[in-house]
Design a protein around this ligand. Structure first.
Ligand code: GLN
Length: 198
């Protein structure tokens, strides 16, 4: 059984838990999902998910509870991390917003709410490196990635901007991969052999 931590201080949790279970099942494995609300639970997890929500609130709660340091240590240990939307903002090196204390586990800088007012929410078929068919990506007041470090691979772009990246064991997406029945992003981040195509 894989112990899957889902950060649950704020934002959507149950859809991610379902997606992780489906992705694990595709590999003949079972996932036990642990909702992370306080310090102490992260270190024993095998993989970690930082969901979307509101990045200023998530950031504040993570540091208040002392979970921020545990996530940094987890990411540095090389275990797989998936950070989506607001989670990507929090995981980044720089969010250009004083209210977000970034964890700096993913070497990108982001622009919050970058996809424009009339496009606040939309779904797009996204070509993602490693996936054979386009992924149905749901963007909700999504951040854009505006700079990526040398070791960061861009896995997908939308509107000429990176929206899915991999920095070693840490994968980040601007969009919400948990809102459709398609769990290939969770699979790619957590269970696929590095370099293999799903
Ligand atoms: N706009 C939110 C933020 O900046 C992110 C939105 C989301 O996670 N869907 O924190």
């Amino acid at each position: 059984t894989v112990k899957a931590g889902v950060v649950a201080v704020q934002g959507d949790v149950s859809e991610h838990a379902d997606a992780i279970r489906r992705a694990a099942a595709n590999h003949g494995r079972e996932a036990e999902v642990v909702e992370i609300r306080e310090a102490g639970a992260v270190p024993s997890c095998d993989l970690l998910l930082l969901p979307g929500g509101e990045s200023t609130a998530i950031s504040r709660l993570l540091s208040r509870e002392g979970i921020d340091e545990e996530i940094r240590a987890f990411a540095e240990s090389g275990k797989p991390v998936l950070a989506t939307c607001a989670g990507l903002i929090v995981a980044s090196r720089d969010a250009k917003d004083d209210r977000v204390e970034t964890l700096d586990v993913l070497d990108v800088s982001v622009d919050r709410n970058a996809f424009g007012r009339q496009k606040d929410s939309f779904e797009a078929p996204l070509d993602v490196t490693g996936l054979d068919e386009p992924f149905p990506a749901v963007f909700i007041r999504a951040p854009a990635i505006d700079a990526v470090g040398d070791d960061v691979a861009v896995l997908a772009e939308w509107d000429d901007r990176p929206v899915a990246v991999r920095d070693g064991n840490v994968v980040g997406t601007s969009f919400h991969p948990e809102l459709t029945a398609d769990s290939r992003i969770h699979d790619l981040a957590f269970f696929a052999e590095p370099g293999a195509s799903a």
